[in-house]
Design a protein around this ligand. Structure first.
Ligand code: FAD
Ligand code: NAD
Length: 462
């Protein structure tokens, strides 16, 4: 038997490492088990951070190749893919090292190895048993494939292999028109690949507001991504020359054969619980393989908690982080709360897509009466000066109380603009609150203000 801790966290992703930092700040003796060589989980190593590094770099390449000329800059960029990949690795390293620094600064014990729960209060790490009053499972999620399709990470890749391709392919098929498919599809489209997205549903970005989905589809189509909607991939086989796919209409019908160089599988992720010893320890899973928790993040075993991608809710880094903070505070005797309606979602394509709260479709289904205010970037001076006028901001407010119920955006920097609406929603504010707030001129934030004014049919600039 080894050292005893107040808290042992299994997994050092955004859920686990943030919970560890907050526990340590609150004076709890904290250890964090991680089986990867580096800290930061999916997000820092093979998710948010490397994908955003490639999105930023490829966006600059595309600007130089296609958009600089519009504003009087003649340029002929040449891609150095190895260097772009090298930059991405440097960004990842700087971020993962940053978490190492935070662990040292906060005196968090890092346990390198695979954690397994032996029973309440006991965790095995590669043969050594550690004791703790509380155990937090933050083991995240893993890629999924489709039946009959084997991910080899060479020709048929998940997002992990998709971030590491040795060359930019000539032709790429992306299975799944969700967040990963559109972000990584955009990276390779910008760098010269011919990209086709095959999506099972009749629209991309499931779960988002209908109008936003349509606009995003139109804009990404204009940029050159081909979409095959309402289509089902039956088979994908890798050979020497590339990959051959069999695809049929989702509703059934004749199958067609498609040949491509690389297939990116992006049909969702599943909770990662393998090797944790959950069954033996008595920790229950739900029907989708997620760890079941109550409102205090406690599992079916007293003293064992779970947060992040491994439990219900959106698989997002900031959701995992917020759960880590709230749980740490509850374990330290404080109270905490998360309003899951106020968790924003952002797709980091260009233009970006961002959303918070209810969609129009959800409000209609729930029978809630609402007013809509919409304002286009085309009518904003700063967007014009940036030569980035695609998209709009839409705000949905309760017809009776004017309280903001949701916001849905496509456009430049909307991933940043959404946070104003998130704050207003957290404070149960109204569209009038946004409309009466002074927004600096000339900024893109004025589009949010104008959309709020449009809720009451009084936008100024349209
Ligand atoms: P994870 O980050 O998955 O971390 C879990 C950690 O636990 C891993 O390091 C794993 O090695 C470790 N582990 C698992 N089992 C054990 C064990 N038994 N013992 C020890 N260690 C173990 N989200 C966003 O909000 N914004 C984005 O832009 C974004 N982009 C993404 C891009 C891609 C390509 C992908 C794949 C995901 C992206 N996500 C994004 C989602 C985000 O990465 C996850 O929601 C987030 O990482 C979940 O955090 P987590 O702490 O729950 O789990
Ligand atoms: P997703 O759920 O966003 O999209 C999966 C898509 O695949 C959906 O559109 C779905 O309809 C489609 N699909 C499912 N089965 C299919 C089939 N048989 N044939 C064709 N299409 C099919 O999942 P993802 O893009 O893999 O991302 C996984 C998770 O990672 C998401 O939950 C997301 O929140 C997170 N993530 C977030 C970000 C971000 O916040 N910017 C970026 C990347 C990933």
């Amino acid at each position: 038997m080894s050292e005893k801790f107040d808290v042992i966290i299994i997994g050092a992703g955004p859920g686990g490492y943030v919970a560890a930092v907050r526990c340590a700040q609150l004076g709890l003796k904290t250890a964090c088990v991680e089986k990867r060589k580096t800290l930061g989980g999916t997000c820092l190593n093979v998710g948010c951070i490397p994908s955003k590094a490639l999105l930023q770099s490829s966006e600059k390449f595309e600007d130089a190749a296609h958009h600089f000329a519009d504003i009087g800059i003649e340029a002929k960029p040449k891609l150095n893919w190895k260097k772009m990949q090298g930059f991405k690795s440097e960004v990842v390293e700087a971020n993962t090292k940053g978490i190492e620094f935070l662990f040292k600064k906060n005196k968090i014990t890092r346990l390198e190895g695979t954690g397994k729960i032996l029973s309440a209060g006991k965790v095995d790490v590669d043969g050594t048993t550690y004791e703790a009053d509380n155990i937090i499972i933050a083991t995240g999620s893993d890629v999924v494939s489709l039946p009959g399709i084997e991910i080899d990470e060479k020709k048929i890749v998940s997002s992990t292999g998709g971030l590491e391709l040795s060359d930019v392919p000539k032709d790429m098929v992306v299975i799944g028109g969700g967040v990963i498919g559109l972000e990584l599809g955009t990276v390779y489209r910008r760098l010269g690949a011919n990209v086709t997205v095959i999506e099972y549903m009749d629209q991309i970005l499931p779960g988002m507001d209908g109008e936003v989905r349509k606009e995003a589809n139109k804009l990404f189509g204009k940029q050159g991504i081909k979409f095959k909607l309402s289509s089902k991939v039956l088979e994908a086989k890798a050979g020497i020359a590339g990959v051959t796919l069999k695809v049929e209409p989702a509703a059934g019908g004749d199958a067609e054969t498609i040949k491509t160089d690389i297939v990116l599988m992006a049909v969702g992720r599943k909770p990662y619980t393998s090797g944790l010893g959950l069954e033996e320890a008595g920790v229950k899973l739900d029907d989708r393989g997620r760890i079941e928790v109550d409102e205090f993040f406690e599992t079916s075993v007293e003293g064992v908690y779970a947060i992040g991608d491994v439990i219900k809710g959106p698989m997002l880094a900031h959701k995992a982080e917020d759960e880590g903070v709230v749980l740490a505070e509850m374990l330290a005797g404080e109270s905490g709360h998360i309003d899951y309606n106020c968790i924003p979602g952002v797709v980091y394509t260009w233009p970006e897509v961002a959303a918070v709260g209810r969609t129009e479709e959800q409000l209609k289904e729930e029978g809630v009466k609402y007013n809509t205010g919409k304002f286009p970037f085309m009518a904003n001076g700063r967007a014009r000066a940036m030569n980035m006028t695609d998209g709009f901001v839409k705000i949905l407010a309760c017809a009776k109380t004017d309280r903001v119920l949701g916001a849905h955006m496509v456009g430049p920097n909307v991933g940043d603009l959404i946070s104003e609406v998130v704050t207003v929603m957290e404070f149960e504010g109204t569209a009038e609150d946004i409309a009466r707030t002074c927004h600096a001129h000339p900024t893109l934030t004025e589009v949010v203000k104008e959309a709020a004014l449009a809720v009451h049919k009084r936008p100024i600039h349209i």
